[in-house]
Design a protein around this ligand. Structure first.
Ligand code: GLC
Ligand code: CA
Length: 546
């Protein structure tokens, strides 16, 4: 008989992650802003949904210019989110429910109001001057051509010091100098502090940007094509990989912890580069986002190619992960068209996400089909949106409050929420969707449950059968004791799938076929935008189980 579970269950490999943007999850104290006690109150929702780990966008002390991605104190929680005790309580209660907690570590920069920066900027010979990246120059001559991710030059002139400091992001986010040993040590202490407290892992913010060219060479110009597009001298410098390895060494001195890196590449979705951050697979990052699916249009062929390339970029001992949306881009569903077919597409994408080989990350609200919220100019809070309106409206659209119910403020808060709730919450909300067997939420939670029950899904091999050329992706997931078949139709065209010979199949979950229905067939009919997960019952009759 086949053994039941052929592999040890490893939470960050085999479990499902859920990304919480704390400001927008649940407000416990009526100030209109989500907080840690709010997450505590919703832990049982996460249990019902079935997720194994949560990743919280930053909750450290912050002036909130970039809503927490500008930290002034890495050891304490911002009062808007609660207290350190609240955080410890969250750890404890989450762990009691078998949910791991991963925090967001902002490495590349601090807030310009961090005491380190105040010291650094106080004089040329302050011991912390070198903690940030300062360069000589004058008002008319910037040190080089480096650009900020947020637009404009990455250099800010400091009148008093008559020097420039580097900011890869907003001006209020000066870049730390990771070439400085003391900076590295300061962060090792910060990591240790949270590890000792019991945090299960870290999402490393902008980790591929922490080291810049030592010689401050200009990034290559437009004419040099690829080099230019990759921001050759400001990303993915050899030293950043070394630092990741050091962090890994630290994490390995603890039990069962992990880190996942944010690796934004230029051009976007460069899987090989993201894969590089896993090094040999067990000595650097545990997981890295390559974001390739996030940048692809909804096309079976393009999705397949992206997945295939991502898998090819993962080292032998490494492990992939997949993500469809996050707090920086958009709600994925808003990419899938305008009419109701977008919900059909979103279910196809959901089944893909949760049946692929590799750890799935769900962005809060994705599981109920939350879409981008359109905001007026006066409602925009993201400095990026303010800066580039109306050409680019910023990131607020994907950060509006979680839609818990059809009631006031979508059940998120008793007060006016910090960002408006999407008016579609009267239709799209947790409360109503739990009761609806056809809802996005029911679909997501069924997928998560099935992923847990079937080792083929969380740990099995991935064997593609149809590679998206005619609008469908079909693949098997196979473990020693089972073989599953996944059919995904990315188009409205119906299709017939010939299996070659006759198979006995049982439907586990489907947008169109009846669950538990058994069939014996060599030809499967696939409906428009169908997503179906089946168990191949014939598998047990093959040679190896006789
Ligand atoms: C990451 C975060 C983004 C933030 C930036 C600067 O890309 O995801 O929200 O603005 O880093 O910290
Ligand atoms: Ca609050």
């Amino acid at each position: 008989m086949p053994e039941k579970k052929q592999k040890k269950w490893i939470w960050w490999k085999h479990g499902v992650f859920y990304h919480i943007y704390p400001r927008s999850f649940y407000d416990s104290n009526g100030d209109g802003i989500g907080d840690i006690p709010g997450i505590l109150l919703k832990l049982d929702y996460l249990v019902n949904l079935g997720v194994d780990a949560i990743w919280l966008s930053p909750v450290f002390k912050s002036p909130m210019v970039d809503f927490g991605y500008d930290v002034t104190d890495y050891y304490n929680i911002d009062p808007v989110f609660g207290t350190k005790d609240d955080f410890i309580r969250l750890l404890h209660e989450a762990h009691k429910r078998n949910i791991r907690v991963v925090i967001d570590m902002v490495l590349n920069h601090t807030s310009d109001r961090h005491p380190w920066f105040a010291e650094s900027a106080s004089s040329h010979d302050n011991p912390k001057h070198d903690w940030y990246i300062w360069q000589k120059g004058n008002k008319f001559k910037k040190p080089n051509n480096w650009r900020s991710v947020m637009g404009g030059s990455a250099w800010q002139f400091d009148q008093r010091l008559q020097e420039y400091y580097l900011h890869t992001f907003f001006r209020e986010q000066p870049d730390l100098n990771w070439r400085n040993k003391e900076v590295r040590e300061a962060f090792m202490d910060i990591f240790r502090h949270w590890l000792d407290l019991g945090v299960d892992g870290f999402r490393l913010d902008a980790v591929n940007m922490i080291i810049k060219d030592k010689k401050f060479r200009n990034n290559p110009g437009l004419l040099t094509g690829v080099l230019w597009r990759r921001r050759w001298f400001t990303r993915n410098q050899p030293r950043s990989f070394k630092i990741v390895k050091q962090l890994r060494k630290l994490l390995d001195t603890y039990d069962d912890r992990m880190m996942v890196g944010e690796v934004y590449t230029l051009p976007p979705g460069d899987s090989e580069m993201a894969g590089n951050y896993l090094k040999s697979g067990d000595n650097a990052m545990h997981l890295a986002f390559d974001f390739s699916l996030m940048f692809k249009p909804f096309s079976a062929r393009k999705y397949f190619k992206a997945i295939d390339r991502w898998y090819a970029s993962i080292p032998e001992k490494g492990w992939p992960c997949h993500v469809l949306s996050n707090h920086d881009l958009r709600r994925i569903i808003s990419k899938y068209g305008k009419g109701s077919s977008k919900y059909k597409r979103a279910k196809v994408a959901a089944m893909l996400l949760l049946t692929l080989r590799g750890t799935p990350f769900i962005y809060y609200g994705e599981e109920i089909g939350m879409q981008n919220t359109s905001l007026r100019r006066s409602e925009i809070l993201d400095p990026l949106g303010k800066k580039f309106w109306p050409f680019y409206k910023g990131r607020d659209k994907a950060r509006t409050p979680m839609q818990w119910s059809a009631g006031n403020n979508a059940g998120f808060s008793v007060a006016k929420p910090w960002l408006p709730v999407n008016p579609d919450h009267v239709r799209i909300n947790v409360e109503d969707e739990w009761k609806d067997t056809e809802s996005m939420l029911t679909f997501y939670s069924s997928l998560i449950r099935l992923r847990k029950e079937h080792s083929a899904l969380f740990a099995g091999q991935w064997v593609p059968l149809r590679m998206g050329l005619d609008g469908v992706i079909v693949f098997n997931r196979i473990s020693t004791d089972e073989k599953l078949l996944i059919l995904l139709n990315f188009t409205s065209r119906e299709q017939a799938l010939s299996l070659g010979s006759s198979f006995r199949l049982e439907v586990l979950l489907s947008t169109h076929k009846v669950p538990h229905e058994k069939m014996e067939t060599s030809l499967i009919h696939i409906e428009s935008f169908e997503a179906t997960l089946m168990c191949d019952l014939s598998y047990f009759e093959t040679e190896q189980f006789r």
